[in-house]
Write a protein that binds this ligand. Structure first.
Ligand code: GLU
Length: 430
């Protein structure tokens, strides 16, 4: 049987990193087996579903490079007739029934500001049987239908299916072979199995992925930092993000891997059972590795400065981890702004700093500045204290207390602009 899997996000929020990771694992699995990867928008909760969240989810998955195979978007809200006919059949066969709400339940609905209802469609109460399934990742799971599951709600009315029912109908209609989803859905699985049973249908295989955890090993949440993909998109390359997410809960032999290698090496058997800690430092590191591997021209256009000299590229890629920090290198393309006192090396006073920069300016007037010139200057006039020469020059060129070395900056901005910056520094000190 050809593998067919799906990612089924609810458009009730922006694309969450957990959903992105689940999507990626489904995609890797589908591509590994030459199967299909489907995107299904689960918008049964009409009040909380929003078109802008659907857009964000689609953009995020596209950005990550997870292309899905069903050209036309499948939205649950557009398939009400299908759910309705299955519901009607279950009702007709006596497998489902309208359950009247108690007075208390009605009051609770009203207190919640929900639409008032008298009843809800439920699955007929299960027998005292056990429900068992072999989760591909977690192994055998067994629960008691009556004690652990109880009554399963299917729909608010014939046109308003609830999550567990809509999921089962869609997975059946689409011929989904494997449901690969977050562990937070494990408690829904027995309910869904009861629905499959009532429908007389064979369920797909289930594989529940470990949760993504924060550094304190509690479930990753806003408390730990960004959880929406949109926030990561401004800082990371999609290739780095894909690689990072693929390693979240899956063992791979190497850290840096191409999408092809990730696909080839993907096995549900290599997915961990326990939670995967989201290590933001590792993501930064991975991103830096990908940035270093870019061609100079691709890197320059990525950061929005195609006009820069190629010599600028290693200066940035040696130090850059998050793309949004690229402005810390703005001295490579615009005049730096800083306070005069930053020019002073350790104990040096203004006069000594001024002397150093004036000597450097003289040297720069005569010929291109070399490291030998600067070393000699330090030896002859500053008791061999290189910092007295290099520090003010570097600050004059970069405006920062931490930056690339002066010779590297010089190679990028050229002797003319370097001279101007040295003169600006001198005038700041005067
Ligand atoms: N709509 C569900 C979610 O966003 C999908 C659950 C499933 O994959 O079955 O979590």
């Amino acid at each position: 049987m050809t593998v067919k899997v799906r990612i089924a996000p609810s458009p009730t929020g922006n694309l969450h990193v957990g959903t992105a990771r689940t999507a990626l694992f489904n995609w890797l699995y589908a591509r590994h087996h030459g199967g299909e990867f489907i995107l299904r928008i689960e918008d049964t909760d009409l009040e909380r579903s929003k078109p802008e969240f659907e857009r964000d989810i689609i953009d995020g998955l596209t950005w990550l490079g997870l292309h899905w195979d069903n050209g036309v978007l499948y939205r649950q809200s557009e398939h009400v007739a299908t759910y309705r006919s299955h519901l009607q059949r279950l009702l007709d066969e006596g497998k489902a029934f309208w359950r009247e709400f108690t007075t208390d339940e009605k009051a609770a609905l009203a207190a919640d500001g929900r639409t008032p209802r008298d009843s809800i469609i439920c699955l007929k109460e299960p027998d005292d049987t056990s429900i068992m399934f072999d989760d591909v990742i977690r192994g055998r799971i067994e629960v008691n239908a009556r004690r652990d599951v109880g009554i399963v709600s299917l729909a608010k009315d014939l046109d308003t299916p609830l999550y567990n029912f809509a999921v089962v109908i869609d997975d059946l209609e689409m011929g989904i072979t494997d449901v690969i989803r977050g562990e937070d859905h494990i408690s829904n699985t027995p309910k869904q199995l009861l629905i499959y049973r009532a429908l007389g249908a064979t369920p797909p295989r289930f594989a529940h992925l470990p949760l993504i955890l924060g550094p304190d090993r509690s479930k990753l949440s806003k408390r730990h930092g960004a959880v929406s993909m949109t926030e990561y998109r401004k800082d990371y390359l999609p290739e780095a993000m894909m690689d990072f997410l693929a390693h979240l809960g899956h063992t791979y032999p190497e850290e840096i891997m191409t999408p092809e290698a990730l696909i080839a090496g993907f096995e549900l058997a290599n997915v961990h059972k326990s939670g995967a800690v989201f290590d933001a430092r590792k993501l930064d590191w991975m991103n830096a590795q990908y940035l270093k591997r870019m061609s100079p021209s691709a890197f320059k256009s990525l950061v929005g400065h195609p006009e820069l000299d190629d010599a600028a590229v290693p200066i940035m890629t040696e130090r850059l981890e998050r793309l949004s920090s690229v402005d810390t290198f703005s001295y490579l393309w615009e005049e730096p702004r800083y306070e005069a006192d930053l020019l002073r090396w350790k104990g040096d006073d203004r006069a000594r700093t001024l002397k150093a920069l004036s000597e450097v300016a003289l040297l720069a007037d005569r010929a291109a500045l070399t490291q030998d010139d600067l070393d000699m200057l330090a030896a002859d006039h500053f008791d061999g204290t290189k910092g007295s020469v290099y520090w003010p020059l570097r600050v004059a060129l970069s405006g920062l207390d931490k930056s690339a070395g002066p010779m590297d900056i010089l190679a990028v901005i050229g002797p003319e602009r370097a001279r101007e910056r040295i003169l600006t520094a001198i005038s700041k000190l005067q």
